[in-house]
Design a protein around this ligand. Structure first.
Ligand code: FES
Length: 164
């Protein structure tokens, strides 16, 4: 089996291993690398991380399944996780989340037809005073309203088409 991660990210993987006492200790950052590469923790990503870390694939799969920051289903290029927990809801996050889904034409956890955006809602991300807020591929975006959100969506679409 070709190990795409090993071939494509040789230096990064070596740098990651250098931070840990054993290869198996690097399983979590390498799972993030797999998620970044495939857009989710795919079966091939699990196998490749297992080979790199010298672990059984079932061990790697169980780690990926335990932590919610690993996605075991395909996501869009931009994974938007809106906090709708109570403090954010009191600052308008519920309406913001509803408006965002309507604007993108998706439901909870769904991905736009072009594969660009997956929209989810999550519990407190510890940025309650900056709501409405979301994390996009785990980077915080705060003090949002729909005007700002529409501008960001256009910016991300432009960046994605530049990457092609
Ligand atoms: S309740 Fe949303 S960040 Fe805390």
């Amino acid at each position: 089996m070709t190990n795409r991660l090993a071939e494509k990210y040789k230096d990064r993987i070596e740098q990651t291993f250098a931070k840990y006492p054993t290869k198996r200790s690097a399983v979590m950052p390498l799972l993030f690398l797999a998620q970044e590469e495939y857009g989710w923790v795919s079966p091939e990503g699990i196998l490749e991380v297992a080979e790199l870390c010298e672990l059984d694939p079932t061990q790697v799969d169980s780690i990926a399944g335990f932590y919610t920051m690993y996605s075991e289903t395909p996501k869009g290029k931009y994974w938007l996780q809106v906090c709708t927990d109570l403090p954010c809801a009191l600052r308008g996050a519920d309406q913001f989340y509803a408006d965002l889904k309507e604007y993108l034409g998706v439901g909870d956890g769904e991905t736009t037809d072009d594969g660009m955006f997956t929209v989810d809602h999550v519990m407190c991300l510890a940025a309650c005073d900056r709501a409405p807020m979301l994390q996009c591929n785990f980077h915080y975006v705060e003090n949002l309203d729909m005007d700002k959100m529409k501008a960001l969506i256009e910016q991300w679409r432009a960046e994605a088409s530049d990457d092609k």
